[in-house]
Design a protein around this ligand. Structure first.
Ligand code: AMP
Ligand code: ZN
Length: 487
């Protein structure tokens, strides 16, 4: 069996992964707070842990992995959004949850086995908090319940490698007169009548942020499970606090064995922020509402993500998106001409290449896996390696290529059909035409632009050229085969 190696934030080392139960490998990943569209950074952990989920299913078997990712649907940001928009909290969280599922599906992410919502687990959170109070790890003060970090002082901070003293010195903690230690954090807080609240032994109130993940992972995965993931920004305080709550409430377990954290996403070398004008949601990219101006299909976003290792900062650039678009186009174009391969691949024939499974097993080396896939694609493409081999060898190579791509989350068979039918592959021609036009405006030679335009019109594509954008719209007579002539 393949040995997977993963970098464990807790031990700061790459370790051989040995599941607690080979028949049920268990993973928990912190999901989104649902008050707005997911931005591009939020999509990074989704894609990273989707690849890990696929790898675990490949190695241990599809029915032997349980993946849980929560929705935080009780949070002060949600309350604020409801107050400013005049809409109800339930309406906002339901709509945002649906958007999230649609946008992540567009990126080719499989749905986790369980997607618990915090509001469905309030009684379990209350029970956990009562247990913590009974064991002397939490206390009630002025309608709040707080976790007492001094009751677990020698362990608190182990994940992030800091002592309580360091934290007090470095953190901007909320100073409240009722806290015994400034690092104590909220498990439960009182709600006024206009805010969501549930009955509890401490009056009507709502949970603090961290307790939901402890309660839901315990309910769905037990006191000990294999992998806990999320973005690196969650290590402190969120994950540190989850560990404190879970280990104190359930000392019989060890909570999560392996901790995995993805690095943050940037845009063109800068932090993504609204004030810099480089902030966009996944939906903005899919719809073409971003600085690049073209519609970036989900598989292209995924490709760009996977080209950077998850523990390195990821830089989103328009150039990377263009390259990914071209490469994916060339892959699906070569496949879509072979009906036998399409049929067999749909039926699930083919095996991922060993080299690709190994690259992923080495702490998710997705960029190396993409390189191996590229090598396979070049064989599929020109077929020169197969000049002397029989058709069966070619078909089998193509099927393995499809299976390998699928392990990375690229379902080439449906992609080859949709990209052609919907004219999604036109994006690469939009890019070519924009670039040719930019060049022509310098040289005043418009022959390349004109040739491209007439070739596209011939193929049944409507060409809409505006000052700063090029839109290609497939008409009723769109014939992708005629685009080949433009190559
Ligand atoms: P939030 O809704 O802010 O709790 O974030 C949901 C997930 O997205 C968490 O796992 C965060 O760590 C992750 N995340 C937020 N911003 C970024 C970013 N810029 N890059 C990568 N991951 C991010
Ligand atoms: Zn969490």
């Amino acid at each position: 069996m393949t040995t997977i190696r993963l970098h464990n934030t807790r031990t700061r080392r790459k370790e051989d992964f040995a599941p607690l139960d080979m028949d049920n490998v268990r993973m928990y990943v912190c999901g989104p707070t649902v008050y707005d569209r997911a931005h591009l950074g939020n999509a990074r952990p989704v894609v990273v842990f989707d690849v890990l989920y696929r790898l675990l299913r490949h190695v241990y078997g599809e029915g032997h992995v349980t993946y849980v990712r929560n929705f935080t649907d009780v949070d002060d940001k949600i309350n604020a959004r409801a107050a400013e928009s005049g809409r109800s909290i339930g309406e906002i969280t339901a709509e945002t949850t649906q958007w999230f599922l649609e946008d992540m599906a567009a990126l080719g992410a499989l749905e986790p086995d369980h997607m618990p919502r915090a509001t469905q687990y309030i009684p379990q959170m209350v029970a956990m908090i009562e247990g913590l109070i009974a064991k002397g790890h939490a206390y009630e003060a002025e309608g709040h319940v707080l976790f007492a970090v001094d009751s677990w002082r020698e362990h608190y901070g182990k994940l992030s490698g800091r002592t309580v003293e360091d934290m007090i010195a470095g953190a901007r903690v909320e100073v409240a007169p009722y806290k015994r230690n400034p690092m104590d954090f909220v498990l439960w807080k009182p709600s006024s009548e206009d805010l969501p609240g549930w009955p509890s032994p401490w009056g009507r109130g709502r949970p603090g942020w961290h307790i939901e993940c402890s309660a839901m992972s315990y309910e769905l995965l037990g006191a000990s499970f294999d992998i806990h993931g999320g973005g690196g920004d969650l290590i402190f305080p969120h994950h540190e606090n989850e560990i404190a709550q879970s280990c104190c409430a359930h000392p019989e377990g060890q909570f999560a064995k392996v901790w995995l954290h993805n690095e943050m996403l940037q845009v063109e070398g800068k932090k993504m922020s609204k004030s810099l004008g480089n902030f966009f949601t996944v939906r903005d990219l899919l719809d073409g509402n971003w600085s690049g101006g073209w519609k970036v299909p989900g598989e292209v976003i995924r490709f760009v993500f996977l080209s950077t290792h998850y523990r390195k900062p990821m830089d989103w650039t328009a150039e990377k998106a263009r390259e990914a678009e071209r490469e994916l186009d060339s892959w699906v174009n070569t496949l879509s001409v072979d009906p036998e391969v399409l049929e067999k691949a749909t039926a699930g024939e083919g095996q991922p290449e060993r080299s690709i499974v190994e690259a992923l097993s080495d702490d998710l080396n997705t960029s190396l896996a993409l390189m191996h896939l590229r090598k396979m694609a070049s064989f599929v493409d020109n077929g020169s390696e197969f000049l002397n081999s029989d058709d069966a060898a070619q078909v089998s190579h193509r099927l393995n290529f499809c299976a390998s791509a699928k392990l990375l989350g690229f379902d080439l068979v449906p992609l080859s059909t949709t990209r052609r039918k919907q004219g999604l592959s036109l994006v690469s021609y939009e890019i070519r035409l924009s670039e040719a036009r930019a060049e022509a405006s310098k040289t005043k030679d418009f022959s390349v632009v004109d040739a491209l335009k007439s070739g596209l019109l011939d193929a049944g594509v409507e060409v809409r050229m505006r000052k700063d954008s090029v839109d290609l719209v497939p008409g009723p007579d769109f014939d992708p085969a005629k685009l080949e002539a433009l190559k």
